[in-house]
Design a protein around this ligand. Structure first.
Ligand SMILES: [Cu+2]
Length: 241
């Protein structure tokens, strides 16, 4: 996948749309937007590369039929919510459930099931800076996630960071990252990408769910594809074992 051919035009469209609607700004500005305009959300799909039916489950009408076992019946992230706005409390509850369910020692999250259900929150809460909170756990550079080869990953993502857009990518590129970390490697698995979503609208967070098959055994990284964010620490290691 050639980022320069795919991402740049997509970003250009989004930036243009954001300027027009006043709702989405990919630049890392500090909450300069006036009124929220939740209509402009790319839906987690990445043009030309997503073979998983659009990546996001937003607007699917049927809720998120996640394959994970930890929620006991599936979550309803983004169910019926245009633009995928979900109450912050809902996402925080999902993260808390995930933290209780996953085997984590220190800041390593170990999945043994072939059905991996990961809750990935972009810089939520009071801790300053750019970071990932995965399954309710955050650590330096984000926690490490260990999954078995062949697993299917369902990622419930939301941006919990006031004033900052965030997205999700599983990349082949290792840190340290430059400003354009998303250009440094390739998306590690088809569908393992969520286009940046706007910063929270008060207590409503933009959310998306994606599912993808784990790439071959090896080491990968979750990053935020917004320029500068991975560089500032918004990355986490993923080991496929
Ligand atoms: Cu980000």
């Amino acid at each position: 996948m050639n980022w320069t051919k795919v991402l740049v035009p997509v970003l250009a469209v989004l930036i243009g749309a954001g300027a027009g609607a006043g709702g989405l700004a990919l630049a890392d500005t500090h909450g300069a937007r006036s009124s929220p305009s939740p209509a402009v959300v790319p839906g987690g799909s990445r043009a030309g590369s997503n073979t998983q039916g659009g990546g996001s489950m937003m607007g699917s009408g049927g809720g998120t039929a996640r394959g994970g076992s930890m929620m006991g019946g599936g979550s309803d992230i983004a169910h019926g919510a245009p633009g995928g706005l979900v109450p912050a409390s809902r996402m925080e509850a999902l993260a808390a459930d995930a933290r209780r369910s996953v085997d984590h020692t220190g800041s390593t999250l170990v999945y043994r099931s072939q059905q991996v259900a990961l809750v990935a929150l972009g810089a939520p809460g009071s801790r300053p800076g750019m970071y990932w909170q995965l399954d309710g756990v955050d650590g330096p550079g984000g926690p490490t996630v260990s999954v078995p080869a062949g697993a299917t990953l369902a990622v419930d993502f939301a941006d919990g960071d006031p004033g900052h857009p965030h997205g999700f990518e599983l990349t082949t590129a290792a840190p340290p990252y430059g400003r354009m970390a998303m250009m440094a490697g390739k998306v590690a698995a088809p569908g393992a990408f969520i286009m940046p979503v706007p910063a929270p609208d008060g207590n409503l967070w933009y959310a998306a769910t994606i599912r993808f098959r784990a790439p071959p055994a090896g080491t990968y990284y979750i990053i935020c594809p917004v320029p500068g964010h991975a560089q500032q620490g918004m990355w986490a290691k993923v080991v496929v074992r």
